[in-house]
Design a binder for this molecule. Structure first.
Ligand code: NAG
Length: 384
């Protein structure tokens, strides 16, 4: 019987633990699988041919950096340098580079390994014969594999980009297919430029500078609608809404708040003008109509408020505050009277209490004046 209870106890207590553990394991293994799948996907990513070749060249260059300070392993290095040629151009170094080639690539590792196989003879040829005076990218990617073009050339035949050599896309854009065997050589212009070779200014921009080599376009002033002829609001050909054309100053902001024909804001609102527009803000709740924010800019006071000290004040709040003040002074008076009464019976005690009362009054008055200073508008105590 005892054993059976023990068994049930174990089952009841351990089983839930087991199930949670299972869930955790599942979660973790899912994470691991996700990571693994992600890695596999980026490994098997297929890059465009030129990019793939560039990745290979990049990885090879890293390998050269890694082995730059190596020597022949063990043995008599000097003897080997003499008899086997220098390590720099040796087969040993090439093998050491190739061992780790492509491995550090974040994307397209599989493709890179395949490309290494295809290009093996080219790589060896470059390594042993051309290392000194030819760039690996130029030899491998442009000349041999024909997957890239020289910079500022595009397409299957490596056609020069428009404006080649020194005004490619007027230096204001990118040539589509630049450096690859793809693309059509069209110019993708930077913001503000347009035209087949990015040689003119786009709508909303004006020509700020031009010589035989460069055209520079700058954005029109904010007040311009569409295009402009020069910098500033004077250059506008037309004005945006909220601006009007002035003969001397160009587009100037319209102050909607002083427009005579109509009231721009609703009742119990006031108008604020800003560049190209205006906004309507609600009056303070103490106001019935106003020309600015706060209870001191009211045309008239709202119901339940009255004008005091050039401000509209809450009547109820005002009388409440008065009552508090009256009550305070009444307490002080009461304390003083009580002290006097005690004084007649026991002078010593009365001195003590009188001192305490004086301290209390001083401290509370000090405290109240401090908190009034912090709390904005002062209560008009003086006119009570
Ligand atoms: C073409 O690519 C090279 C480098 O790959 C870059 O320096 C050049 O600015 C590019 N030119 C254009 C017009 O895109």
């Amino acid at each position: 019987m005892k054993e059976a209870t023990g068994c049930i106890f174990i089952i009841v207590c351990i089983l839930p633990l087991l199930t949670t553990a299972e869930v955790d394991v599942e979660k973790i293994s899912k994470k691991v699988t996700d990571k693994y799948v992600e890695k596999q996907i980026s490994k098997s990513t297929i890059l465009p041919p030129c990019q793939a070749c560039k990745a290979l060249v990049g990885s090879f260059t890293k390998g050269m950096d890694r082995t730059a300070r190596n020597k022949f392993d063990g043995g008599d290095t000097a003897w080997e340098e003499q008899n086997m040629g220098s390590y720099r151009n040796s087969e040993v170094r090439l093998v050491e580079i190739q061992e780790k080639l492509c491995q550090e690539l974040e994307k397209g590792e599989d493709q890179c390994h395949k490309l290494v196989e295809e290009a093996e003879t080219y790589i060896e040829e470059w390594w042993f014969k051309m290392q000194q005076d030819t760039d690996l990218h130029d030899y491998l990617c442009i000349e041999s594999l024909k997957s890239c073009c020289p910079s500022d050339h595009y397409g299957p035949e490596c056609t020069p980009c428009p404006g080649y050599p020194d005004r490619v896309c007027s230096n204001n854009g990118r040539c589509k297919g630049n450096g690859t065997r793809k693309g059509n050589g069209a110019c993708a212009c930077d913001a503000g430029y347009t035209g087949p070779e990015c040689g003119s200014c786009a709508n909303g921009y004006y020509q700020a500078y031009k010589d035989e080599k460069v055209v520079l376009c700058s954005p029109c002033h904010v007040s311009c609608q569409g295009s402009c002829t020069q910098a500033g609001s004077k250059g506008c050909l037309a004005c945006k809404a909220g601006y009007s054309m002035d003969v001397e100053q160009g587009c100037v902001d319209i102050n909607e708040c002083v427009a005579e024909d109509r009231e721009p804001c609703g009742t119990n609102q006031f108008c604020v003008n800003n560049e190209g527009s205006f906004s309507c803000l609600d009056c303070d709740r103490a106001c019935n109509g106003c020309d600015g924010d706060g209870p001191d800019n009211c045309f008239a006071c709202a119901k339940g408020y009255f004008l005091n000290d050039n401000m509209c004040q809450d009547e109820a709040q005002y009388s409440r505050d008065r009552h508090v003040v009256v009550a305070r002074y009444a307490v002080y008076a009461g304390l003083t009277v009580a002290t006097c009464i005690i004084f007649q019976n026991n002078q010593k005690v009365a001195y003590g209490i009188g001192l305490a009362v004086a301290l209390y009054i001083t401290a509370s008055e000090h405290f109240i004046s401090q908190s009034n200073q912090n709390a904005g508008p002062k209560l008009p105590l003086n006119d009570m």
